[in-house]
Design a protein around this ligand. Structure first.
Ligand code: SAH
Ligand code: SF4
Ligand code: F3S
Length: 462
């Protein structure tokens, strides 16, 4: 629709960010112009996340802000897309600010919904009726076509792109909303994924990150052969122009585990990085979370990963304050974190999600103050470990893929030679800050580490 401008803001995980870039490309293709400024936009889209209460509250407060803007500009169209749109459906449409509600499986139709709303000035909703039954076949085909057509433009960070290998999740961890908003687990056809990576390589992409809620469970049957993640990694490595390949997230499971790690060890292009959330170190809590491993089994897998890939960096996720988590359970988590020696950890306070098994069966009985304290304590323990691990990089020469300008001023500007401060990442996912020309964005650079902190390495260009 020529002449109309769209602003889109993403609140969620990599899945959501990828959906945002797909939607952006489709809208541009239909003649919409994109803008970074809400004030200039005819259409404002919010791509939402339901994983914790806090994520939803941020969206609600943003909608409040948009409602205010709408008082002076009543013709502005506001669309809510993503996981919250699927979860709340009509309830969201009742919000004064909202004109369009569109679920994650309906994004191929979003351009049409927006055009209709702009023309006819009426509210519209499109979500999956019975999400656990999955999308119908025509919808599934439309999603796959949409992904193949627009999944080749992703350049949020210069030189890098996400490629979805799986949709949905069937794991039903008892606390988690994802299976109820993203639907059943579906692995995409390997040919479609590889074709997409080839196109990205032709467009100058150097690093692809394969994404799925359980990327390591990727499984696609075609004729007599069943493809797993290791097969995808091997084929992707043959694509000229692609230099680094990552995948997230890994669910701790023995299935395919050694094969994938062996591929990581054998293939230089596969980054030595594993994001494998443990969630808790207490077997009692792991059982209540419906995670299918014990702390000992988890550690065994982690040690095996270090054995097979000697330079591997491992990141984890934990939930503190899950129902029934005693001091002893929390101590077991602390113990696991100390043994695992993660590069970094994402730590979350348990947030009950409507409709999940944990919410239906277990009372949210850990006081907020206790959740907060456990969160702070665990972060402090992890920070010490992160500090020790990053200190090992001091004086080392490393290769980084440059992302662009660093927002926080870290470095002494007297030593910058007039160059701005850049941010890059190592193969092992360490953030490195150094002074250099902005033209390096999207390129690889060799740097020498001059100073370290728990989460950031500082360096100079070599
Ligand atoms: N599929 C990925 C992660 C999905 S959500 C995986 O299984 O590893 C990202 C993280 O959010 C999870 O790893 C978990 O630590 C956290 N999380 C999910 N649901 C949550 C809830 N109800 N409360 C707090 N944290 C939650
Ligand atoms: Fe949620 Fe568990 Fe699936 Fe991850 S594996 S998305 S935590 S249900
Ligand atoms: Fe991602 Fe949040 Fe949805 S974590 S899949 S955007 S619920």
């Amino acid at each position: 629709m020529s002449g109309k401008t769209v602003h889109i803001k993403s609140f969620g995980c990599q899945m959501n960010k990828l959906d945002t870039t797909l939607v952006n490309s489709a809208l541009k293709d239909s003649g919409f112009a994109l803008t970074d400024r809400v004030k200039e936009a005819d259409v404002v889209l919010i791509n939402t996340c339901s994983v914790r209460e806090h994520a939803e509250q941020r969206v609600i407060s943003h909608l409040g802000h948009l409602q205010h803007i709408k008082k002076s500009r009543p013709d502005i169209v506001v669309g809510v897309i993503g996981c919250m749109a699927q979860r709340l459906g009509n309830k969201l449409l009742q919000h004064d600010a909202v004109d369009i509600v569109c679920g994650p499986a309906q994004i191929p139709q979003l351009t049409k919904l927006i055009t209709q709303t702009l023309k006819q000035n009426q509210e519209t909703i499109s979500v999956t009726e019975k999400i656990r039954k999955g999308t119908d076949e025509s919808q599934a085909l439309a999603l796959e076509d949409f992904e193949s057509a627009y999944g080749t433009h992703d350049k949020q960070i210069p030189g890098q792109a996400y490629v979805r290998i799986m949709r949905g999740c069937d794991n039903f961890c008892s606390y988690c909303i994802v299976p109820y908003v993203r639907g059943p687990e579906v692995s995409r056809p390997p040919e479609a994924i590889i074709e997409q990576i080839k196109k990205l390589a032709e467009a100058g992409i150097k690093q692809v990150t394969l994404i799925g809620q359980k990327a390591n469970s990727y499984k696609y049957k075609s004729g007599d052969k069943t493809y797993c993640l290791a097969d995808l990694l091997r084929t992707a490595c043959d694509i000229e122009g692609i230099e680094w390949i990552r995948f997230v997230t890994s669910y701790p499971s023995e299935k395919f585990f050694e094969e994938i790690l062996q591929a990581m060890a054998d293939l230089p292009k596969v980054c030595n990085y594993l994001h494998m959330p443990a969630q808790s170190g207490s077997d009692k809590i792991l059982r209540a979370m419906n995670r299918h491993y014990t702390a000992a089994q988890y550690l065994e897998m982690l040690y095996k990963a270090r054995d097979i890939v000697s330079e591997i960096a491992i990141a984890g996720d934990f939930i503190v304050g899950f129902p029934g988590e005693t001091d002893n359970d929390f101590e077991a988590t602390v113990d696991l974190v100390k043994k695992a020696r993660y590069k970094n950890c994402f730590i979350f306070k348990y947030s009950p999600r409507h409709d999940t098994i944990a919410d239906k069966r277990l009372a949210d009985d850990i006081p907020l103050e206790v959740k907060k304290k456990r969160n702070i304590d665990l972060l402090a323990i992890q920070e010490e470990i992160s500090g020790q691990l990053s200190a090992e990089y001091l004086d080392k020469k490393v290769k980084v893929l440059v992302e662009g300008l660093s927002k926080k001023p870290h470095l002494d500007s007297a030593q910058s030679n007039g160059n701005p401060q850049l941010i890059g990442r190592t193969e092992t996912d360490y953030i490195v800050v150094f002074n250099g020309s902005q033209s390096l964005s999207g390129q690889f650079a060799q740097v020498k580490i001059t100073k370290t902190s728990p989460l950031t390495l500082f360096a100079r260009l070599m």
